[in-house]
Design a protein around this ligand. Structure first.
Ligand code: SF4
Length: 351
């Protein structure tokens, strides 16, 4: 029998697919979707199944509701790192991060990433493959429902460049925000890009998806940004400025500008002043993220005093600044710095 993946569909699509497959059962499928996605319950307890046990069986036997298997679950300070394994053997990471107002889940959109940012663990892996919408939804479902973390916000800042997998990310967002399912608010979801600007323009035209946009900037000196983020050679700072400006106008929303502070690289007062000048005329909030040192890393986290000096300079110039000292938030640096786990291909190279 054809299997219908619950994690690949909105409630309406799921109910429709079962109706086509079985010739009936739309409301029954909808009810099962609702209780499974909201509470993790898959059973025929609802009165509508009283004389419809056969339908319950048919829908159950043709629904794939398998979670991804857990490769490891790590607690680091106040964060929880969830490493899931895909059926073809890749590892994907998501991180539960406690914030002032509830928990944020940082999810991955790809296995690896092709953008090659030099400070990023995921970038060093290269792109292994895109994640399917269901694999993105499963990360959220696992943390939120299966482990009961009661997630408030979702940020696409894990492994991968979300706009390099645009359609799957948008499909996952439609499933995550379905009122008959997980029911996250569009405003509780943030997608972070390293600067894939065609997608920024595309999202600016998408009035149905009121998600938050973050752009990882990290430097406003062209040479320095190209060293940190090689994609800057294709889509540079002028183009980024125009794309943010257009987004502000079209969506009437501010953009979160990510700035990973790296000691001795981009953390001086001169860098802060250049950032202030670059951002003039844009509706933005700056998200300052001290670098999270990795294995054998040549990049370092600045001293606390340097971070504060940088932050104070931006605020004195009238910029809104987000800087959370909470332990663990540095894990969420830009759209990367996850992905330090070995993938099967790495292991085979060593053997
Ligand atoms: S920072 Fe983001 S875009 Fe850059 S390599 Fe890492 S995951 Fe990819």
């Amino acid at each position: 029998m054809a299997m219908i993946s619950i994690f690949s569909h909105t409630a309406a699509e799921f109910a429709e697919a079962h109706t086509i497959l079985h010739g009936k059962g739309k409301l029954h499928a909808l009810q099962l979707y609702r209780q499974f996605m909201k509470k993790g319950i898959w059973e025929e307890s609802d009165p509508m199944f009283k004389n419809a046990g056969h339908l319950f069986e048919k829908i159950s036997n043709s629904t794939d509701r398998e979670l991804l298997s857990v490769s490891s679950l790590l607690e680091e300070g106040d964060t929880v790192k969830l490493i899931l394994s895909t059926p073809d053997g890749f590892l994907i990471e998501s991180v539960v991060i406690p914030m002032q107002h509830g928990k944020t889940l940082c999810v991955s959109s790809q296995v690896g990433c092709r953008m090659g940012c030099t400070f990023c663990e995921t970038g060093r892996m290269g792109l292994l493959r895109n994640l399917e919408p269901s694999e993105i939804v499963r990360q959220v479902y696992h943390a939120h429902i299966h482990l009961g973390h009661a997630i408030n916000n979702i940020v696409f800042m894990g492994m991968g460049e979300p706009f390099d997998n645009y359609d799957s990310v948008m499909k996952a967002i439609d499933i995550l925000t379905d009122q008959n399912g997980l029911a996250f608010g569009m405003g509780n979801i943030t997608v972070s890009t390293s600067g894939k600007l065609e997608a920024v323009y595309r999202l600016a035209e998408d009035q149905a998806r009121g998600i938050n946009l973050a752009i990882s900037l990290n430097a406003v000196q062209s040479d320095l940004r190209s060293k940190l983020m090689p994609h800057n050679r294709k889509e540079g700072l002028d183009a980024i400025y125009k794309a943010i400006f257009n987004y502000n106008q079209k969506k009437n929303r501010e953009v979160l500008v990510g700035y990973v502070l790296m000691k001795g690289i981009n953390d001086s007062l001169e860098h802060a002043q250049s950032l202030v000048e670059f951002l003039q005329g844009l509706r933005i909030k700056v998200n300052l993220i001290p670098y999270n040192p990795q294995r054998n890393d040549r990049f370092k986290r600045p001293e606390e005093i340097a971070i504060e000096r940088f932050s104070n300079h931006l605020q004195a110039a009238g910029l809104k600044v987000l800087y959370r000292k909470t332990k663990g938030t540095s894990i969420m640096a830009a759209c990367g710095q996850l992905g330090g786990k070995k993938q099967p291909s790495d292991l085979s190279k060593e053997n």
